[in-house]
Unconditional design. Structure first.
Length: 137
C-alpha cells in the first residue's frame, strides 16, 4: 500500500468523494467553513489523487469527534478508512500534553461501529450509544 497521508483537505476532494458516496450535497461555502473550523484534517492520496478524507472537530481542549470519514468507492476495504482514523488519532495524541485528558468520540452509522472499534475506539453501551476514546498523557 503506497498511500500517503497529508494534513489538509481540499474542498474539491471533499465534495467529489462525498458526491461519489451519494451523501447529501453541502454548499461549497459551508464545506470550506467546516474544513477551516476543524481541529485536524487528514487526506489520503494514491499518487496525486485524493482517495479519502477525515476530520476531527471539537473544542481543542477536552472533547472532539471523528467526522466525515470518507473513502472513494474504488479504495474501500483496502485499509484506507483505518489509515484515516488512526492518522487522526495519532495527530490528536501528539497534541495532548502531559497531564491532559481528551475524549474523542464518533457516532457510527450504517452499522460501522465495529470499524471504529478495530481502529482503537471503545464501545460501552451501558454508558453511551456511540464509541469513544480517552487520550490521556
Amino acid at each position: 500500500m503506497g498511500f500517503v497521508v497529508k494534513d489538509f483537505i481540499r474542498v474539491e476532494d471533499f465534495v467529489r468523494i462525498r458526491k461519489e458516496l451519494e451523501w447529501n450535497d453541502i454548499p461549497l461555502s459551508l464545506v470550506q467553513k467546516a474544513i477551516d473550523g476543524s481541529m485536524i484534517n487528514i487526506s489520503v492520496f494514491d499518487g496525486d489523487f485524493c482517495i479519502g478524507v477525515g476530520r476531527i472537530v471539537g473544542d481543542h481542549a477536552l472533547k472532539g469527534m471523528l467526522t466525515d470519514i470518507m473513502v472513494s468507492k474504488d479504495y474501500q476495504h483496502q485499509g484506507v478508512g483505518k489509515l484515516i482514523v488512526t492518522s487522526l488519532i495519532h495527530t490528536l495524541s501528539e497534541s495532548v500534553l502531559e497531564g491532559e485528558c481528551f475524549q474523542l468520540e464518533a457516532s457510527p452509522t450504517h452499522q460501522n461501529r465495529d470499524f471504529y472499534i478495530k481502529c482503537g475506539l471503545k464501545y460501552k453501551p451501558e454508558n453511551q450509544d456511540g464509541v469513544y476514546l480517552w487520550i490521556r498523557k
